[in-house]
Write a protein that binds this ligand. Structure first.
Ligand SMILES: *Cc1c(COP(=O)(O)O)cnc(C)c1O
Length: 420
């Protein structure tokens, strides 16, 4: 029993039937398996390649300190007050300009609403777009927290496999055609288009363009979740899908979590004003407005050019860690194991030979001093068992190397056992 369970038991023995009061929806909710797994890791001397956290060394503490003082001296009236639901206007304008400059998305074409992290955007999208039974297309694998956010609203997920160029748009097209024959339609396609979490892959330029064409042809919208695009360690930048959108079909999600600090709890939605308006009304009921102090500090961070200065520093910090993991995989993984070679982001996706169940293997790996996230939970229908996600941003190069070495040994033994 975990500490938490013991406490719950102690508190509930001989008293109310607490469960009886929950709504049906609440009874369906489950804790994220990853968080549960990470609790085990905290306990011992385990190298964790399981987390999804940015490295705290990349947080621009001195800059934030300086800006925070300035904000409190000059803008306390705004920074400590309630704000409008859409967000602090100077920040929204600064972000619109920044997106125009970096991604070629004309400011005239989008409206921006600030949210409490992209996670809130995912929930608002669920509220505003999903009727029970609506078809939502996701990547296989996809971002677990998005599945959980959408699930609450009762969609039917369709999972489209990926390869090294992201979502297999040819398979999506087949699926769309099949659905059309049944008189069915997709409500939206959710994609983490660049340096995907968990797979680390990026949707190719051709596929981005084709996806937009399909959206028009089959009349669906696209949710483009893009927290990692700025963290590119090699290769040439590719414009976001939103760049190719001239109808307003793409809802773009940005966040400060990976380019400033997740503790700000600040992200943004860039979309057609009509879509923003409805999400704004939904957000009013949720939390009135995003954290104003965070917003005013983030405004200075963008407006005064700190963001553009800081991004290359994060890249320089993470690149050697990515390289270290790729090298270690090359050196320590047994034959038959494959992995992605991401140009950016925070994750590498590992595919083991069929027959190995990474969820069953996880406990053994932890007992041998290394943790990863079993891939199963990243699939909408848990259809794949032999994959895992590795994070390379949180621990230093030497530790990554040792972690991958331990992992290689565990996998080798599993393979032997499978043969034997
Ligand atoms: C980290 C991450 C986010 C960011 O979420 P926040 O709520 O903004 O911290 C969004 N989407 C994906 C796929 C992520 O990996």
């Amino acid at each position: 029993m975990t500490m938490e369970e013991k406490l719950m038991k102690k508190l509930s023995s001989g008293s109310l039937d607490f469960e009886a009061y929950f709504s049906e929806k609440a009874l369906e909710m489950k804790a994220s398996e990853i968080r549960e797994l990470l609790k085990l890791v905290e306990a011992g001397d385990v190298i964790s390649l399981a987390g999804g956290l940015p490295a705290p060394e990349t947080f621009p503490v001195e800059t934030i300190k300086k800006i925070a003082v300035e904000v409190l001296e000059k803008h306390a009236d705004k920074a400590l007050q309630y704000g409008t639901t859409k967000g602090f206007t100077p920040l929204r304008l600064a972000l619109a300009n920044w997106m125009e400059k970096r991604y070629g998305i004309p400011t005239s074409k989008v409206e921006i609403m600030m949210v409490a992290g992209s996670q809130q955007a995912l929930d608002l999208i669920g509220r505003v777009f999903i009727n029970p039974g609506d078809i939502v297309v996701v990547e296989g694998p996809t971002y677990l927290a998005a599945l959980n956010a959408f699930k609450y609203y009762g969609p039917e997920f369709i999972s489209i496999p990926m390869d090294h160029d992201g979502m297999r748009i040819d398979l999506l097209e087949e699926k769309l055609e099949e659905l059309r024959k049944q008189g069915k339609k997709v409500k939206f396609v959710y994609t983490v288009s660049t340096f995907q979490n968990p797979a680390g892959v990026t949707m190719s330029l051709e596929r981005r363009k084709r996806l937009i064409e399909l959206a028009r042809e089959y009349d669906f919208i696209i949710v483009e979740d893009s927290p990692y695009a700025e963290l590119r360690y090699s290769g040439e930048p590719i414009p976001p899908i939103k760049h190719f959108d001239d109808e307003g079909r793409v809802i773009y999600l940005g966040t400060f979590s990976k380019i400033l600090a997740p503790g700000f709890r600040l992200g943004w939605i860039a979309a057609h004003p009509h879509f923003i308006r409805k999400m704004e009304i939904a957000k009013q009921a949720v939390d009135l407005c995003a954290n104003t102090l965070s917003q005013v500090i983030a405004w200075k961070y963008v407006e005064d050019g700190y963001l553009d200065e800081h991004i290359p520093e994060i890249i320089e910090f993470y690149r050697p860690r990515r390289d270290a993991m790729l090298e270690a995989l090359e050196e320590f993984m047994p034959e038959g194991v494959e992995w992605t070679k991401p140009d950016g982001g925070m994750f590498i996706w590992v595919v083991l030979p069929e027959g190995i169940d990474t969820k069953l293997m996880a406990e053994k790996a932890i007992s041998r001093g290394v943790a990863y996230v079993p891939g199963e939970a990243f699939f909408a229908h848990r259809e794949v068992k032999n994959t895992m996600r590795l994070n390379f941003t949180y621990v230093p190069e030497e530790t990554i190397r040792e972690g991958v070495k331990r992992l290689g040994e565990v996998i080798r033994e599993e393979l032997e056992a499978l043969k034997g």
